[in-house]
Design a binder for this molecule. Structure first.
Ligand code: ADP
Ligand code: ASP
Ligand code: MG
Length: 408
C-alpha cells in the first residue's frame, strides 16, 4: 500500500463527464489499497475567464482581490470530484487550500508555499477517505487567500507529496509524458521515459509549461518521486523525473528543445560606458517587478555602449516606459524595442562532455536564414533569441538536427 498524490490538469476536468472519469481512475487506485490525495486544477479555460472578468472591472486589478476570484475555479472542481467519487461509493472529502492550511507568503498571484498542515488530511486518510485538495491556492499568515502563479496546481501537488512524504506524485495531463519538445509543435517529438530534475528544471524555466518550474524545484529539493502521465489513456508509465543521470554511453547530448513565445527585447542605445550604469538601468526595472532574462552589453566605442535585455512580453510596455525615463537621465541616444521575439533553447546534461553543440545549433539556424539576435549558454543549455515568426521552423529544424526524432 502506498500514499499517492494525483494531480489532474484543466483539460482532465474540463467537463462533468471527464470529472466522472477521473473519479473512476481514482477508484481503481483506491481499490488496490492505496491512500490517495487528489489535486485538481480548475476546469480548462476557467482561470482565464475569471481573470478576464476582473479585467473588465479594472485594467490592473488589485492583486489580493484577483486571488480571491482566481482561486474559485479550483473550489468548483474539488466539490464536483468529491461528489463524483461519492457516487461511486467511495468516501471522499474536499478542502480548499486555506482549509487544509496551505500556508504561503503574501505575494499575491505568485505566492510561495511555506508550510502545509497535514493533520486533517492524515485523519481523513486514516478513516478511508480520498482527500481532494484544491490546487493553485493557499492562505498567508493573515488568512488572506493567495494563488501560486499560473500552472500552480503542479506545485500544490508536489508540495503536498513532500509534506506527507508520499510515495509518488503523479501529474495527469493531456499528453502522456514529457516529450523531446512540445508535441503540438513537432508531431515527431518523442516521449521520454525518464528525464533528470536538472534537465526538467531547465526545460520548464525555458518555456516547457508541462510542469510549473516551482513544482520541479520542490520535487528536487524534497526528493519527491514525480511522474507525468496521460489522464486520457489507461496504459503507460509516463515520464519519471529522476535524480540520477543516465550513465550509459548512449546518452543523448541533447534531451529536448524548449521555447518561449513570451519574450520581448529592449535596447538602450549609446549609454555612457562607466561603472554603475548596468545597475542604473536594471535597478528600476527590477524594482517594478519586471523579470529580466537575457542581458547583452556590447563592446564600448566612443565611450558609449548599447545595452539590450529581454523581459516577459506582458512587461514590455512597462519596461519601455521605464527605459525611456532612464535614457533621458543617462543621456543615452535612445531606446528601441521589439515584442515579436521568442527564445528557443537546446537542453541536455550530455552537453557537458560534448563541445560543439552551440556551433551546430548556429549552423542549422543560419542555413535556414534565421538571424540570431541574442545568445545565452550554461553548462547544460544554449538559448537563442530570434524573430517570433521563425519559432516553429527553428524548433523543428533543431529537433531534427540533434536526432531527437529518432529512437535513442
Ligand atoms: P494541464 O492543464 O494538465 O496542467 P498544461 O497545458 O499545463 O496541462 O501542460 C501540458 C501541455 O504542455 C501539453 O499539452 C503540451 O502542449 C505542453 N508541452 C510543452 N512542452 C512540452 C514537452 N516537452 N512535453 C510535453 N508537453 C509539453
Ligand atoms: N488553474 C490554474 C491555472 O490555470 C492553475 C493550474 O491549472 O495549475 O493557471
Ligand atoms: Mg499545467
Amino acid at each position: 500500500m502506498a500514499l499517492i498524490v494525483q494531480k489532474f490538469g484543466g483539460t482532465s476536468v474540463a467537463t462533468t463527464e471527464r470529472i466522472k472519469n477521473v473519479a473512476k481512475r481514482v477508484a481503481r487506485w483506491k481499490a488496490q489499497g492505496h491512500d490517495i490525495i487528489v489535486v485538481p486544477s480548475a476546469m480548462s479555460g476557467e482561470t482565464n475567464r475569471l481573470i478576464g472578468l476582473a479585467k473588465e472591472i479594472s485594467a490592473s486589478p488589485n492583486p489580493r482581490e484577483l486571488d480571491v476570484i482566481a482561486s474559485t475555479g479550483e473550489q468548483v472542481t474539488i466539490a464536483l470530484l468529491a461528489m463524483a467519487m461519492q457516487e461511486l461509493g467511495l468516501k471522499a472529502k474536499s478542502y480548499t487550500g486555506p482549509q487544509v492550511r496551505v500556508l504561503t507568503d503574501s505575494t499575491f498571484t505568485k505566492a510561495r508555499i511555506l508550510q502545509i498542515d497535514d493533520a486533517r488530511i492524515r485523519k481523513d486518510l486514516a478513516s478511508g477517505h480520498v482527500v481532494v485538495v484544491a490546487g493553485f491556492q493557499g492562505a498567508d499568515g493573515h488568512g488572506n487567500i493567495t494563488t501560486l502563479g499560473r500552472g500552480g496546481s503542479d506545485t500544490s501537488a508536489v508540495a503536498l507529496a513532500a509534506a506527507l512524504k508520499a510515495d509518488e506524485c503523479q501529474i495527469y495531463t493531456d499528453v502522456d509524458g514529457v516529450y523531446t519538445t512540445d508535441p503540438r509543435v513537432v508531431p515527431e517529438a518523442r516521449k521520454l521515459d525518464t528525464i533528470t530534475f536538472e534537465e526538467m528544471l531547465e526545460m520548464a524555466s525555458l518555456g516547457s509549461k508541462v510542469l510549473q518550474i516551482r513544482s520541479v524545484e520542490f520535487a528536487g529539493k524534497y526528493k519527491v518521486k514525480l511522474r507525468v502521465l496521460s489522464s486520457f489513456e489507461d496504459e503507460g508509465e509516463g515520464t519519471l523525473i529522476t535524480v540520477e543521470e543516465d550513465n550509459n554511453m548512449e546518452q543523448p547530448i541533447i534531451s529536448g528543445i524548449a521555447f518561449n513565445r513570451d519574450e520581448a527585447k529592449v535596447t538602450i542605445l549609446g549609454v555612457p560606458d562607466r561603472p554603475g550604469v548596468a545597475y542604473q538601468i536594471l535597478g528600476p526595472i527590477a524594482d517594478a517587478n519586471c523579470d529580466v532574462d537575457m542581458i547583452i552589453q556590447n563592446v564600448a566605442h566612443d565611450g558609449t555602449t548599447d545595452f539590450s535585455f529581454t523581459v516577459n512580453r506582458s512587461d514590455y510596455s512597462k519596461t519601455m516606459e521605464l527605459l525611456n525615463g532612464i535614457a533621458t537621465k543617462l543621456n543615452a541616444r535612445g531606446v528601441v524595442g521589439d515584442n515579436k521575439t521568442c527564445k528557443v533553447s537546446a537542453v541536455g546534461v550530455g552537453m557537458r562532455s560534448h563541445p560543439g553543440v552551440a556551433s551546430k545549433m548556429f549552423k542549422e539556424l543560419g542555413a535556414e536564414g534565421i538571424n540570431i539576435q541574442m545568445i545565452s549558454t550554461s553548462e547544460i543549455k544554449i538559448s537563442v533569441v530570434i524573430e517570433e515568426k521563425y519559432l516553429e521552423l527553428a524548433v523543428r529544424v533543431l529537433h531534427k538536427a540533434f536526432g531527437l526524432d529518432k529512437p535513442a
